[in-house]
Design a protein around this ligand. Sequence first.
Ligand code: NAP
Length: 252
Amino acid sequence: MTDRQRVAIVTGAARGIGAATAQRLAADGFAVAAVDLDAANCADTVAAIAATKGRAIAVGADVSDAAAVEAAVAHVAEHLGSPSVLVNNAGVLRDNLLFKMSDDDWDTVMSVHLRGAFLCSRAVQKYMVEQKYGRIVSLSSTSALGNRGQANYAAAKAGLQGFTKTLAIELGPFGITANAVAPGFIVTEMTAATAARVGVDFEAFQAARAAETPVRRVGRPEDVAHAISYLASEGAGFVTGQVIYVAGGPRG
Ligand code: NAP
């Protein structure tokens, strides 16, 4: 690598774990491309980074749309430079018990998590291979171990672990690592929506999850961003194909 500023792409960076990760990577010295469905929704993330003298741009793209992903990555390469870090974070939930799960519930979750990570990783790898350097971090979940009402999400998050291990094997010779971070319960709009769906007050929902978590608290987006920061660092070059559970315990 040259000594120019390294570039990181974070998908789903408008809020939650993605926003915290974008800010953390900017604090680590990366120029950050905050990608989300609508670039305007990344305004707060970009402003927070600018306020700390970091460098960031907002990019609009649906990660499940191949043409949009190719265009977004080309835009980042042109405006910030070749990406050396990709964080596959964009995600959605369509929870339902199997007998009520629609085709669309299944397809939407597969498209955003699995197809999205595939398309983004494929788009960035050519820049990383050229540089002979790269870090790809994908968001898995403790749900990969199985979770009631999440057959679609659990399958996608387990799939991301196999995807990650395969990228590690294929891209390792080019100085590129691929790892997954598997969070437990993290306080974001995603978990707030889950509490609302099951009709439980979000504070009570968090208290119940904290009580059953070994470290006796729920997670914050910054907890996940910290693990991603490590995996995205140059010093983590001998760590690849791994899944780090960030869950306050071995299984959340
Ligand atoms: P979040 O608050 O719901 O944020 C997800 C972001 O992804 C939103 O800004 C959303 O945009 C964006 N997004 C959705 N579909 C997209 C698409 N097709 N293309 C581009 N962006 C898209 O979620 P979070 O809780 O921060 O979760 C982030 C990641 O961590 C997800 O992969 C999630 O599965 C994983 N995770 C979360 C938890 C947790 O407890 N929160 C636990 C384990 C794993 P819109 O607002 O426009 O939809």
